[in-house]
Each structure stands twice: as structure tokens, then as C-alpha cells.
Design a protein around this ligand. Sequence first.
Ligand SMILES: *[C@@H]1O[C@H](CO)[C@@H](O)[C@H](O)[C@H]1NC(C)=O
Ligand SMILES: *[C@@H]1O[C@H](CO)[C@@H](O)[C@H](O)[C@H]1NC(C)=O
Ligand SMILES: *[C@@H]1O[C@H](CO)[C@@H](O)[C@H](O)[C@H]1NC(C)=O
Length: 933
Amino acid sequence: MKWSSALLGLAGLASTVSAASSVRRSVHRDHETNDYYVLHLNPETSPDQVALHLGLVHEGQLGELDDHHVFSSDKTEHDVVKRELSEHKRRKRDLSGVTGSSALDGVLFAQKQVLRKPWEKRVVPQRNPTSPALQVRADATAAKPEVVAKLNQVANTLGIKDPIFKEQWHLINTLFPGHDVNVTGLWLEGITGQNTTVAIVDDGLDMYSDDLKPNYYAKGSYDFNDKGPEPRPKLSDDKHGTRCAGEISAAKNDVCGVGVAYDSKIAGLRILSKAISDADEAVALNYDFDNNLIYSCSWGPPDDGRSMDAPGIIIRRAMLNAVQKGRKGLGSIYVFASGNGAAQEDNCNFDGYTNSIYSITVGAIDYQGNHPYYSEKCSASLVVTYSSGGGEAIHTTDVGTNACYNGHGGTSAAAPLAAGIFALALQVRPDLTWRDMQYLVMLTAVPVNTDDPGWQKTSIGKYYSHTFAYGKVDSYGLVEMAKTWKNVKPQARYYSPWVHVHQAIPQGDVGLAVSVEITEDMLDEANFERIEHVTVTMNVEHTRRGDISVDLISPDNVVSHLSVTRKNDNIAAGYEDWTFMSVVHWGEFGVGKWTLVVKDTIVNEHSGNLTDFHLKLWGECIDASKATLLPMPKETDDDDHDITSTTTLQASTTTLAPGGPATDTSVAAHPSDHPDRPVKPTAKPTSATTSTNSQGASPAKPTSGSGGSETEHETAPSATSSHTSWLPAFMANMSTKKQIWVYGALGAIIAFCLGLGIYLYLARRKRLRNNSRDNYEFELLDEEEGEALNGGGGGGLGSHSEKGLGGRKGRRKATRGRELYDAFADGSEDEDEDDMEGESSGSGSHGVRRFSLSLDEDDEDDSYDEVDADRRRTYHDKSAEHLPTTTTTANTNSTRRQVVDEDEAQHHVIGDDSDDSEDEDGDTQPSRNARLL
Ligand SMILES: *[C@@H]1O[C@H](CO)[C@@H](O)[C@H](O)[C@H]1NC(C)=O
Ligand SMILES: *[C@@H]1O[C@H](CO)[C@@H](O)[C@H](O)[C@H]1NC(C)=O
Ligand SMILES: *[C@@H]1O[C@H](CO)[C@@H](O)[C@H](O)[C@H]1NC(C)=O
């Protein structure tokens, strides 16, 4: 205490020095004259005390984020907080821990705010900028009389007199009947968006437009670029947000057209018109989050096919905060445009907003239902809806008192349309959670262009295409299902341990495949019932990022193309702790072998290695009473790779001779040297693995997508026969071979497990001892991490592609963190988390996996019944099939769980061409793996 009072004195001096600056205290940040810092404090730590110690002005809490505070100082070059905290640490170290407590001990995280370039709007890319505005075709003579009659009838019945309503083909398409959002039936029922508010996070919203004024919601609006309550457009280019707003909430009056939810309220949050800090964006994404129900976001990292960017840590916390607390706890609905970079081979899994599990990612189709050349695809995309393409575009409100626009487009126009439709569902069912909304969207999406070869049938009988996601939004179908929807249980999660691979990725059509076995026990322990999202966080070292592609194959043989090659992506880096996401496995049970296939398809001088990865399953829990909230993300979350690095399992190439036992082969076989021949098997006694895989020479021919202009490295539409047809054969061809190898592998695994298990157990005990240190956030504040603090943290968003370039910075950080921690006497109060430990208690006794999806329904109207005791069914009884694997982990107890999980990792290089007729499919087609790869 003596020490802290001495500090207080010092701080008092400092604060008098900065007393003048307190005059400037204001909720409106002024980056011209001030610097701003976001500090995450212990709940017990007083922000005013911290401000005193650091000589800063406490500006208040950061938006809705508890325990996060904004502090300001006069503008200086350096990071005064970092310096102070380092100094503080040094003093503590010098005193060898014989110190009292200081308010600075309560600083868990600090980040100086830097202004970065705003994100890019998802405006439709101009292919020919000199061409005149897109032609209005809705009044063409080709209009279908019966649809025109319907349009007139709807207009008359509802009293719609808006002059361009008849041009708004996305509401009623008179030229191509059926190619619209099918909303008018809802309007006739009085479902028009009442009692709902959508916030347009964009470049402004012209609330003085006569079309938007009646629905404008001032309390939920703010201008974060020019600091003020009105989000009015100010730059000549600030038209995007207003056009998006019109699609949702243009009033039924005599101006332009109507919004899809024309009685909804509309708010504007202006963030795209000037450089902005992470802090301001975080506040915007939580702004009035009890009343702004949906955030419509038509922006993100550049669509240049090179960028790979994710929101910074503060923004990620804000988004998690919103799904946990927004809408009074039901969760804010984030809607993001998938991106317009498809022609550049961009993919929405390289964008940390669209591939967040908290956002609904929306792609585009044109007025004939085709894929427009620009609309990005990815396994994180949930749905598509109408936008520009094929010579038409979206007709909506424009900036001005009475101005309309007929050329709105890009995925920018698709996302707000979807957001407006989701608002209709919220009018009917205001109690839907953010996850309920995703279920409804997924279940009621209607496949389009079903001739496209990209469709595959998923485990629950839905169809998924990476181009068209689950299909297009059908407003009527969505709201109808919403009316009787039973809320899903809380979210659960299962994390696999890091799987250490450290293998070269062979170039060419072969791939490096690594499998992880997940058992029913593991999921039961995690209180995990069924999958919604799957994420894979991974590290790849490479000299050209655009060469890499990654597929994830589930136990049900459903395939996610997590990553694709990108012609423009010449960055000399791989992936660093990048998280890919998939919604393709929605409804799957999750038990069995998950295989990650990493390829370097482009044969050139560039090559790389797969370092490690981490699989996470997100879904519905088994027992709602045991569900736990996900802790806030931290920058150190992925720093646990190295903790078990000494236990790295050897990946190995393997072959399975027809009918023969699994044979391990050495990874050193350099499969890329002879891509057309089987890898030569060599005994590798220490290998943990065994596996299957056969395959081979089947090249991954780029399949051209429906859009025509884009060619994608669509790694051979593996997903089994269901890929090329709508045959339900998919279920039948599961796993006969898998069983063989599983049994065959068992002996080897068990033997290895015993040895390795003991070793890992010891390693884990050691890790546990160090655990709190690893979570300690102070390492960020160390001198050496200065760049990380300013650039990698606050500026990470602006400096595109930085994520991939950082080398092993993260690892070093973790190490530094431990060292620094060692300088402290007492433990950090940091929010500690060990989800697996936390969740694994007491839920391991669920013998039979309950599953309530209707598996026998092949039509598009799959109804999704809530778990219902008497209708429970075992999920296609696969659990039995996977039971053998549980014997390898039967000894699993909660303390040794991670160790055992680790042993489940199985690796193999896919590189031989043994035409394996014993493929699991057991059919006459080329082996599954061959087609896969
Ligand atoms: C569209 O809405 C109508 C009711 O207005 C409904 O009968 C129909 O099933 C919906 N879906 C499709 C694809 O037409
Ligand atoms: C809007 O909310 C109010 C108050 O909760 C409720 O009385 C009213 O029925 C709602 N209107 C609609 C159309 O849902
Ligand atoms: C891959 O690993 C090898 C062997 O450790 C190493 O020589 C090579 O530099 C690595 N490649 C990259 C791109 O880091």
C-alpha cells in the first residue's frame, strides 16, 4: 500500500499536468489533438485510479463492453500506457515481488487506438464505368400478365402508390416470375416490420429523405466519422448506406419504392467515410443494441483476392458481447455481405467478419436466379438473395429529399434485403435468438440453379452449394416457420486440442490429409448435441499464400471448401492462426473422423508446410442447465500451440492395400516427387497413426462455377456421389472401409497411446501449472511487443494482409508472456478459461445421442422439430459405428482428456495412387478419396 500511495502522489502530479486536457473530456473523440487508449480492467479496479496512475483522462466505458474503458491523453508519438505499464512491471520485478498492490495490476489489456482506413463498401464493381445506368427492364413488354395483375392487386390492396414499386422486381418479379423474395403474402398478413429496427452500419443514412424520414430511428443512430447524433451523408460518395436503408425501410408513400419491411424502423451508424479506430467500430457494432435488433453490414476487407483480414480483438469482443447481451440477451443479428471479389477468386472465408459464426453471410443472385460474377462464395455463407447482375439491379431510395436509384447492387444490396426479411421474422417472433434466426434461414432457404454441379446433400437432407449457400431466402417460408419455431437450447462448443503436423504440403493434386477422431464421449462431456458451425484455426508456412487450399471432410463425408487458391494472392506467407468457418455441417452429429486436407495445387517454386490446426465444433447443447457462456476472446487465445509442441505427433503417409491392414509409411517419402505413384511405404515404428487413403491420381480439375466468369479451384467436389446428383445414396455409402481401418489402426493406436499418454500426461500437468501464466495479458505491453500493440492490435485491420506476415510472433508473444509473468509476484486475476475443463463436468453420462432432425425428408421443407422426448431418434445410429474408437479413449477421464484427444489425431499424406477399390463408398465409382483430391 505504501508503494501505491507513492504512486498516487506521482499520479496526482501527472494529473495536474493533464488537468487542462480534462476540459476536452467529451464523448466525441477528437483524434486530432488526443490519443485514446482502450484498457480492459479487472472489475474491482477503479478506472479513475488507473487514470490517476497513468496521467490520463477517463472518458468512460467503451460502449456496451463491461470493464473496458476509454482513456485519453494529449497526442504523443509513443504509447504512454505501454511505457507506464512496462515501467510498472520493471519496478515490480526489481522489488522481487515485495510490493503492495497497485491499480495498474488491474490492467488486463491495453491498446492505443490508431485510426485506420475505413472498410470497403460492397458496391457492385464497375466492369465498364462509362456505361450508363443499368436499364430498367421491369416494364418491358415481356412482363408476364398474370404477375402484373398480381402486382396491381397487391398495390391496390395495400395502398402502395410508390412510383417505382412496379420496378422493384426483387419484391415482385413480373419478368421472371418467382425470382423475387416472395414477401407480398406476408404484407397481406400485416407482417411489414412493425416493432423492429434495423441499423445500417455504413457511410451514412439520409434521414431527411422523404422515403426514410417516416421510419428513421434517431436514438439508435450515430455518426462515428464526424462525431454527431445524425448519420447524414456528408461526402459526395456517401450514398451507399442510404440505398441499403431504402431496401429495408423505405416507407409506403409517394416517394420511390417500398422497403421489404416498410414499417420497420431504420437507424444509421456512419463508420465508412473516414479513418476510424477499432474502439469506435466496436461501439458502433453495439450501439443501442437492445433496440437495434439487426445490424446490416455491407462492407469488409478489400475484395481484391489478396486480403486476409479479421476484426481486431476489441471488435471481436464487441460482436460476442452483442450476441450474448444485445436484444436483452437474445443476441444481436449481424448480417454481412459476402463480398464482391469472386472474379478475383476472392472468397468470404478470408474475411473475418463474414466467416464469424456470429454473422449471417449473404451472397447474391441476379434477377434470373443466376450467380453474378462478383458474388463471393465460401463455406461460411449461409444464404443468398437478389441483387444486381445480368443487366438489372436493385431499385431503391437514394440520397436526397425525393431521389431514387435504379443501379444499386453487389452483395451490398443483397445483405440489407436479407436483413429486412429477418426483421419480418422478428416482428412475428421477437423472442428468436441469434441462433434461432440462423436455423430458420438455413432451413427455409430454397436451392436455386439446382443443375449446378456444386450442390451437395448434407447430413440433414438439406442441400448446400458454396456458390448459393443453402439457397435463396424465401420470406414467406422463413416467417411461416418462425411462427411456430421452438427456440433452440443454448450454445455448446467442443474444441479439439491443437493437432501438430509439421509436414511439407506436397505440390500438385495430392494433398496432405490429417484426421482427428471425435468420440461420442468427448461430445457428451462437452454437453454438445449437434453441430451448427465448425471452425478450423490453422497455421501454414508457405512462400505463396494463393497456392494453398483446404478442405474439411466430416464423418458424414460432407465437404467444406474452407480455403481456395487465389490467383492474386502472392503474399509470401501462409496462414497464421487464421480461423476458417463452415456452416456446411449444420445438423451433423460430429462423432467420427474429421479429415483436413491441405493442398498446394499450383506446382511452382513456392511450397510450404502445414504446422498445426485446431478444430472447434459449435452447436446446440444437450443440457441447457449446464451451458456456459463463451468467455471474451483474447489475443492470446491461440498461443497454446507450443505448450504441447514437444509432443508433436508424427504425421505419416499411409496406404491401405486392398483388403490389407493399414501400413504406416514415412512422411519423408516426398510424395510430391512422384505424384502419380504410391508413396513407398516404410515402416515407421514411432508413428502414432495409421489410416486409409488411397487415392491418387485423380486430379483436382477446376470446375467452372455457374457464373461462368470465375473458375475456382473447387477441389473435386468430393462430397461423394451426392455431389453430382441429388441421389440420396450418400447415406448408404458410409464407412465400411472406415471400420476396417479403424479396427486395424486400433492396435497401433492403443500401443502408442499408452506410451505417449504417459508422456503427455506429464506434459499436461506441467502445462496446467503454467496455465494462468499463459493467459496473462500483460505481455502485450512489453517493449518488444510495441508493434503488436499498435500495429498488430489496433492497426491490424488497416494493414491488410498483415495477419499472414507476422511469422511466429504469436508464439514468441506467449513465451514472452510467461517470462514477464515470472517477474510478478502474484497471480493474474485475468479471466481464466479452460472451456474443456469447464464444460466437461458431469455431463458424460448420455448414452444415446439424441437427435431431432428429420432425416427422412428430402424435400425442401424439412421441418425441424425441437428435441422431443418421444420423437427422439438416434442419429442414423452411427454411434455404433464409431464405438470402437471410443475404446481407445475409454480411459478418458476429465483430467486426462486432452492428452487422449491428442492421441486421436491421425495424419497421413495423400499421395499414392493405389486405386483403392475398397474405398468406403464401396461403389463402382473412383474411390472417394480419389475424387476428393
Ligand atoms: C411464397 O409465398 C406464398 C404465399 O404468399 C407461399 O404459398 C409459397 O409457398 C411461398 N414460396 C414459394 C417458393 O412460392
Ligand atoms: C408491437 O409491440 C407492442 C408492444 O409490445 C404490441 O402491443 C404490438 O402488438 C406489437 N405490434 C405488432 C404488429 O407486433
Ligand atoms: C518447411 O519446412 C522445411 C523443413 O523444416 C523448411 O526447410 C522450410 O523452410 C519450410 N517451409 C516454409 C515455407 O517455411
